[in-house]
Design a protein around this ligand. Structure first.
Ligand code: IMO
Ligand code: MG
Length: 433
């Protein structure tokens, strides 16, 4: 009996996809339980690169059952595109994929609202969303009046309900969108036809995943929960309002999947050996200079979904200690260590100074985080290629010292170190069960 959970501990893009792929062989079921097509998970396997967004990375292993739960917001066109792309490359997508009938569906007005409202309530800085309609769909989910779930697409009143919502959206969102465009005003009849087409194609995958997962957990199946985004983007506990609209830290795993916390036996927290962030919001250790550019170039730090250059900076141990605690992390996976291999010195942020006061707890208000001046500790680099190393003990002494310090500051052991995109470029600590 075991449920393992993989959670990003920074602002997303921690290379969770690679770790999930590595752990997939040990599991029977892989689950995506929050977020939507704002996620971009890259998996390199058998010399092939796969970019997944909504479908769990487990799909690349045909024996694994993949589940997308009701905590996810689902864009039918993008999931069908993903299914077609995978099938076109010879990957089986059939009864090994299950989509929750409770998942909320993204409609054209959600994408339009994302574009029209991407302003935060803090200093006029944009949230910088992925424009996939994620926030507006979650807003309608919580608001209830204008929400449609996947299971609703198959009900006889779907057309009527859609007409009611489209009219309300035209009245509310239309004026904000300016002159009529090909997207707006929204034409209910056209949208209904389009979505009925999607519904027909998605029908074989639609199921009650909550009951399925409860049965699976109770009968001792090995389940892997694949978190999307990162804990600092958690809507309740992250750098609000510069966050995504779901609970992307470990505390969201239960509500998103429908599996009570008692089943979750292990949580692996995934971090980069440095920090990145896409979109707006404060980022205390950001290096908006040649150091950041160097990391961006070596780490190919450009968004998978939007291709935006990622903001890059030093490892922030104040933030990671917080998110490791918040997510109930047992052990860390440190990814992309190879990216910083050629640097002479490395900095780790061990505290913040806010208005002259030294702080080691992560601030709850974004304005305090904006004023936080990082207190750094400087460690010597190792300046040698580590991409062919396969054992922890063979890493250069300074690389081990760097990892030890991250681990000590985060208060968690390092179980996995990644030193390149391939599966083989992974080092497991001896203690791994
Ligand atoms: P993966 O799973 C990195 C960021 C966006 C923006 C904020 C809100 O690949 O780690 P949204 O479209 O979700 O409303 O945007 O969240 N964001 C991500 N950043 N990786 C992701 O996913 C992200 N998903 C959302 O850039 O700042
Ligand atoms: Mg991403």
């Amino acid at each position: 009996m075991s449920v393992t959970c993989v959670i990003g501990l920074q602002w997303g893009d921690e290379a969770k996809g690679k770790l999930v792929d590595l752990l997939t062989d040990e599991h029977e079921i892989v689950v995506r339980y929050q977020g939507g097509s704002n996620a971009g998970h890259t998996v390199v396997t058998g010399g092939q690169t796969y970019k997944l967004s909504l479908i769990p990375s487990g799909i690349l292993s045909p024996q694994v059952q993949c589940v997308v739960t009701g905590g996810v917001v689902l864009n039918p066109a993008s999931i069908l595109q993903e299914i077609d792309g995978l099938c076109g490359r010879g990957i089986k997508v059939g009864n090994n994929l299950m989509l929750s009938d409770r998942a909320h569906v993204i409609f054209p007005w959600h994408v339009a609202e994302d574009k029209a409202f991407d302003k935060s309530c803090s200093s006029g800085e944009n949230i910088g969303t992925t424009m996939r309609g994620i926030g507006p769909c979650y807003r309608d989910k919580v608001g209830r009046s204008f929400a449609i779930r996947l299971g609703d697409l198959y009900r006889s009143d779907f057309g009527e309900r859609l007409a009611y919502i489209a009219q309300a959206k035209n009245e509310m969102v239309g004026p904000l969108m300016g002159p009529p465009t090909p997207e707006a005003p929204f034409n209910a009849a056209e949208i209904a036809r389009e979505y009925e087409g999607y519904a027909e194609r998605l029908k074989p995958y639609v199921a009650d995943t909550t009951t399925y997962l409860l049965d699976a957990a109770e009968s001792g199946k090995r389940i892997l929960l694949e978190g999307a985004q990162g804990a600092l983007l958690d809507v309740d506990h992250g750098t609000y309002p510069f966050v995504t609209s779901s609970n992307s830290s470990g505390v969201g795993a239960s509500s998103g999947s429908g599996l009570p916390g008692r089943w979750i036996k292990k949580v692996i927290g995934v971090v980069k050996a440095y920090s990145t962030r896409v979109g707006g919001g404060p980022f205390p250790t950001e290096q908006d200079n040649e150091i950041g550019q160097h990391i961006r170039d070596r780490g190919n730090e450009y968004g998978t979904v939007t291709r935006r250059p990622r903001r890059c900076g030093w490892f922030d141990a104040v933030a990671v200690r917080y998110t490791a605690r918040l997510s109930g992390v047992d052990a860390l996976a440190v990814m992309l260590l190879d990216v910083i291999s050629d640097m002479a010195e490395l900095k780790i942020c061990t505290a913040y100074e806010i208005d002259g006061k030294r702080v080691t707890n992560f601030p709850s208000h974004v304005d305090d985080l904006r004023r936080a001046v990082p207190v750094y500790e400087t460690l010597p680099g190792w300046q040698q290629d580590i991409t062919k190393i396969r054992k922890m003990a063979d890493l250069p002494l300074n690389a081990r010292r760097y990892l030890d310090r991250l681990s000590q500051l985060a208060g968690r052991p390092v179980d996995v170190v990644s030193i390149g995109p391939d599966r083989e470029q992974t080092i497991f600590a001896e203690r791994k069960a």
